[in-house]
Design a binder for this molecule. Structure first.
Ligand code: HEC
Ligand code: HEC
Length: 559
């Protein structure tokens, strides 16, 4: 008896000490990164308002050209229910919280011509072509380096896709990640402004299994298509006809058990194991929302050059790996209250005074928004390896992914996913960019209240007179506008047939942008802005004067 107590005690002490040594390992890992990169993981050094974006400080008028520009509408707009945010008023006034009146993103005003000038083309190409994600053996570096007790996301995607976009690990097993192609969001996210990127989705494992708990790719594909119909709130065509009796789900919501390749947004159940979990109310289903435990991965990369195709491509090196997970289900009511509480808080202060937003969580587990998602990312350290982003760097994720009318359940890309049904179609959605690019994609159309149906990117050029928010993209300006600033209509016609004409930079520009970003990596100055500008940005305010208006009241854009 006694000895067993002794043994238990010994085991307890041992496990404590191993816990202790684990936590020391984690501390050492973080402290080493802090020392090597002169950063702080917990302290806020530059600004708590890091969730406000550099684009918000853009000047919307140009006295010399006597013109107004509206780059604001892409983000600040009226949400589609269940997105209850309507921040279209932010197209009109620079109504920032007091602490953010001074533009904290000083990298926008940095002249990097000297540093960029001394970097050779071959140096930067070699740099972006070396992977910082994989070891030479094809293992994932970060997943080896992160301490065993790391509570956040441990990268587990192999970027090794079958012909339907499903990722497979080194042994050929499916990781659950599935890549998809989408229309890149307006402005900054076009490769011509500095980065290539990709987006992948993964549903909870139970969505990949049939009713007997066995992995079934068809079940997973069907569940992903059901989620697509729900989230987009529109009919989705599946790649082959489904016999509804096999799954016991009325996929086309027509009230009869038949065979159909149409998935209705009115579908009321997932298929396979998920159907039973839904019945037991362990998971949920609602139009406009992803089910719990949905994950997204977003790798942001440099611009590599594909010599054969004479086009840009994704670089092997990652600038960032970004991650999101829906950890909690929120009902429409809860989401509406989250959006309104912000509004009422402002009302209570009478003047619609903006206040600093705070986000719960930490750099290890990610920061949380009010509607059930957490966000976290990895970014290059000084030497180019990927490291977790600091608390302050992570705050920068939270504005775009929580308070905007432009998002769909906090996300951007999935609602913009291509919908081509067959694999050989140019607009087939379920592939990675490395399998099928953007070249030759037709321009998407959107509908706005005052302006009717419009080509989305052309409309942006008409409103913003430039290829990005900051109006510092000289190449787009040269190609799409003539010397007196009028839009080149024949280029607009060509754009309708091939969006890469606008979205892709030339090789010269691509290399320059890579170099400019590399300067920020060497400085580890991400908290001051991650834009790839070479020169000082002229069209951006360094400080906002109280009450400043945008003067774009005549060109407000609403859905
Ligand atoms: C890429 C998306 C994006 C663009 C483009 C953009 N903003 Fe923002 N803006 C944000 C985000 C994210 C926030 C922080 C979350 C929030 O408060 O909505 C924000 C916040 C603001 C705020 C502070 C609001 C508050 O309550 O704290 C103002 C004012 C603002 N933006 C004005 C503008 C103006 C004016 C433009 C155009 C010149 C613009 N923004 C363009 C994303 C954008
Ligand atoms: C300026 C606004 C903005 C900021 C800041 C931002 N994102 Fe995003 N994020 C986007 C857009 C837009 C997309 C879609 C990509 C595209 O269209 O090319 C996206 C895509 C994603 C996705 C894929 C799912 C989705 O929403 O489409 C994840 C995951 C993600 N971001 C995480 C992060 C993390 C983590 C951070 C912070 C390190 C971050 N984001 C910062 C705008 C932003």
């Amino acid at each position: 008896m006694r000895s067993s107590i002794k043994i238990k005690l010994l085991l307890f002490v041992l496990s404590c000490s191993s816990l202790f040594s684990d936590s020391v390992k984690k501390q050492t890992y973080i402290q080493t990164l802090e020392a090597k990169n002169s950063i702080s993981y917990e302290k806020i050094i530059n600004t708590r308002a890091a969730y406000i974006t550099p684009m918000c400080y853009t000047k919307t008028s140009d006295k010399e050209e006597a013109k107004v520009f509206n780059p604001c509408y892409s983000c600040h707009t009226k949400g589609k229910i269940p997105n209850y945010y309507n921040d279209s008023h932010l197209q009109e006034v620079y109504n920032f919280p007091k602490q953010a009146m001074k533009n904290p993103f000083t990298n926008l005003f940095k002249d990097k011509r000297k540093e960029v000038g001394v970097m050779s083309d071959s140096y930067i190409l070699d740099y972006v072509r070396r992977s910082n994600y994989f070891t030479d053996e094809g293992d994932i570096l970060l997943s080896q380096e992160l301490p065993d007790t790391w509570k956040g996301y441990r990268p587990d995607c192999y970027f090794n896709f079958d012909d339907e976009g499903f990722d497979q690990n080194k042994n050929g097993a499916y990781t659950g990640w599935r890549a998809f192609r989408y229309f890149p969001f307006l402005g900054t996210f076009w490769p011509t402004n500095g980065s290539t990127d990709d987006v992948l989705i993964r549903l909870d494992t139970l969505f990949t299994q049939d009713e007997n708990n066995t992995f079934d790719k068809e079940v997973y594909k069907l569940n992903l298509a059901i989620v697509e119909a729900l989230v987009k709130q529109k009919e989705i065509t599946f790649d082959f006809p489904v016999d509804e009796r096999t799954y016991g789900v009325d996929i086309n919501a027509n009230g009869i058990a038949d065979t159909s390749n149409i998935i209705s947004p009115k579908v009321r159940s997932y298929v396979g194991l998920a159907k039973w979990y839904l019945k037991a109310e362990k998971i949920h289903l609602a139009p406009g929302l992803f089910p719990e435990n949905t994950e997204f991965l977003h790798s942001v990369r440099y611009l590599d050059w594909d010599e054969k195709k004479d086009l840009i491509k994704l670089s092997a090196r990652m600038k960032e790996l970004r991650y999101a997970k829906k950890t909690t289900w929120k009902t429409y009511g809860e989401i509406q209250r989250a959006a309104q509480s912000e509004f009422w808080e402002a009302q209570a202060l009478e003047s619609l005074e903006a206040r600093i937003a705070l986000f719960r969580g930490n750099y290890e587990e990610g920061l949380r928004n009010e509607i059930g998602w957490k966000y976290q990312g990895f970014i290059e350290d000084k030497a180019g390896g990927l490291r977790p982003q600091t608390h302050e760097e992570t705050i920068s994720c939270m504005g775009c992914h929580s308070h905007l009318g432009a998002t769909t359940d906090s996300t951007f890309a999935f609602a913009r996913k291509f919908e081509g049904v067959h694999k050989d179609q140019n607009d087939h959605g379920w592939n990675h960019w490395s399998q099928k690019g953007l070249k030759g994609m037709n321009e998407p159309k959107v509908e706005y209240k005052k302006y009717g149906k419009q080509y989305e990117y052309s409309f942006y050029l008409h409103n913003n007179h430039s290829g990005n928010e900051f109006r510092n993209n000289d190449e787009v300006k040269e190609i799409f506008f003539d010397s007196n600033g009028s839009i080149n209509e024949s280029m607009i016609d060509a754009l309708h047939d091939d969006i890469s004409l606008l979205l892709f930079p030339s090789q010269r520009r691509a290399l320059k942008l890579n170099k400019a970003y590399k300067v920020i990596v060497e400085e580890q100055s991400f908290m001051y802005g991650r834009e790839s500008n070479v020169k000082v940005m002229e069209n951006v305010y360094k400080e906002i004067k109280e009450g400043l208006k945008t003067d774009i009241e005549n060109m407000i854009v609403r859905p």
